[in-house]
Design a binder for this molecule. Structure first.
Ligand code: LRH
Ligand code: MN
Ligand code: MN
Length: 424
């Protein structure tokens, strides 16, 4: 599906007068406004290849039709999102759900849409039909050396695919853990897992990063071997300077203070990237910002403050990615919503008066500190995000344009009503 610049221009022409009215109050503080718009234009959020189909739950799946049937069609879907919002300029692959047959051709295709390849992800949480050993009792933690070696070899194979595509990082999420007390020797499981990660780390190219993603629960419900940011940090520290912690917002125990975790990891130079989503109960993988938008803002507040303090670039120094699932929504619509929610939180965090906030903190002025944050959070920054999109060549209202063009109907006609994308 290709979206022409003319289509976007005519959509914008119809809306630009109203948009300019909404933007008018922002011209009073022109320097700050321009600086925020520039930062938003540079900010890209990677789309996971496995979020382009309807995910479903373990109880059922209700495919909406027109789902991508191949890696090429997944790239085309992300290309479409990027054409609409100019902020989804990367795709993250999950191997073996996505195996590039001809890496050069796949790379060229992505390039034609202006897409880069973000982190590649390994999968040792499912058994594949042709595999010798089973991951039923874990992968890198497994008591059997042969299982561990199979998982190590798989990760090295994933790095190889990533190198061919121009990716620069590997995300390792392990479902390893135990379901019942007594099942596992925690210390031995940790040591075996560390040994496996060390072998994978040794295979990383010099300019690559390894992201260790943690998760407190599921599919094991008693213990997880990389269960929290503390253990991920420990693995990353023991591995070396190319290893970092990856924070998936849905992987914490209820009410965890994620913004504090982010602040500390960033301070230690060990925050590598994000999987953005939202949740009410567990790893619900809902649209970013749909349940706890204030939390998303508070996380961005730490990111902006912490990254600026370390002189890091918001555009390049962290891996920003969505990790969501869609049971009842059109995946492409949901992804447009998530990207916008992330940009809004970022823009609001850029509004925070950091000097005033520090002064309030130093004076123990709790009320003022809270007011400063809430003032930024309650500001409607939608015109800024829309303006950044317009200047970058995107649509003022991506979702409205997507709907008015009946893109899902077109995809169903092209790919069929029963196409099902690979993924969870
Ligand atoms: C695990 C997870 C991890 C996987 C993805 C499919 O819950 O967040 O990032 O790779 O889901
Ligand atoms: Mn994740
Ligand atoms: Mn998850």
């Amino acid at each position: 599906m290709n979206l022409t610049t003319d289509t976007i221009a005519s959509h914008n022409d119809d809306r630009v007068a109203r948009h300019r009215n909404l933007l008018a109050p922002w011209t009073d503080s022109i320097e700050q406004t321009e600086s925020i718009i520039e930062k938003l234009m540079a900010f890209q959020i990677a789309i996971p290849s496995w979020a382009l189909g309807t995910g479903g739950t373990r109880f059922g799946r209700f495919p909406g039709g027109g789902e991508p049937r191949s890696l090429e069609e997944k790239i085309s879907d992300v290309g479409l999102l990027h054409a609409l919002n100019r902020s989804s300029g990367a795709i993250s692959l999950h191997i073996p759900w996505d195996i590039p047959q001809d890496a050069q051709a796949v790379r060229q295709l992505a390039d034609s849409y202006g897409l880069a390849f973000d982190a590649v992800n390994s999968n040792t949480f499912q058994d594949q039909p042709d595999q010798l050993e089973s991951y039923k009792f874990g992968s890198l933690q497994h008591v059997d050396r042969a299982v561990r070696q199979q998982a190590i070899d798989h990760n090295i194979e994933v790095i190889r695919h990533g190198v061919e595509l121009g990716s620069k990082s590997l995300t390792v999420w392990l479902s390893d853990g135990s379901s019942f007390p007594g099942q596992l020797n925690f210390r031995k499981a940790f040591e075996r897992t560390l040994g496996g990660l060390q072998d994978i780390y040794a295979a990383l190219p010099d300019d690559w990063k390894l992201f260790v993603e943690y998760k407190a629960f599921e599919p094991n419900f008693y213990s997880t071997t990389v269960g929290d940011w503390g253990s991920s940090y420990l693995y990353a520290s023991k591995l070396g300077p190319k290893a970092y912690t990856l924070v998936d917002l849905g992987h914490h125990l209820p009410n965890a203070n994620i913004e504090q975790i982010v602040a500390i990891l960033l301070m230690e130079g060990k925050l590598g990237g994000f999987h953005f989503n939202d949740s009410k109960y567990g790893d619900d993988d809902l649209t970013a910002g749909s349940i706890k938008p204030y939390q998303l803002f508070l996380i961005f507040n730490e990111l902006v403050g912490g990254m600026d303090a370390r002189g890091m670039s918001h555009a390049t120094d962290l891996g920003w990615m969505i990790d969501a699932s869609h049971n009842v929504k059109d995946p492409l619509e949901d992804l447009l919503q998530s990207v916008e929610a992330i940009q809004l939180a970022y823009a609001q965090a850029l509004l925070v008066d950091r000097d005033a906030l520090e002064a309030a903190r130093d004076n123990n002025d709790v009320v003022q500190a809270q007011e400063i944050l809430q003032d930024a959070f309650r500001t409607d920054v939608r015109p800024l995000v829309a303006e950044a999109r317009r200047r970058a060549g995107g649509a003022l209202q991506p979702l409205a344009l997507y709907r008015s063009l009946h893109i899902r109907d077109q995809l169903i006609r092209e790919r069929g009503a029963k196409s099902v994308a690979t993924g969870l």
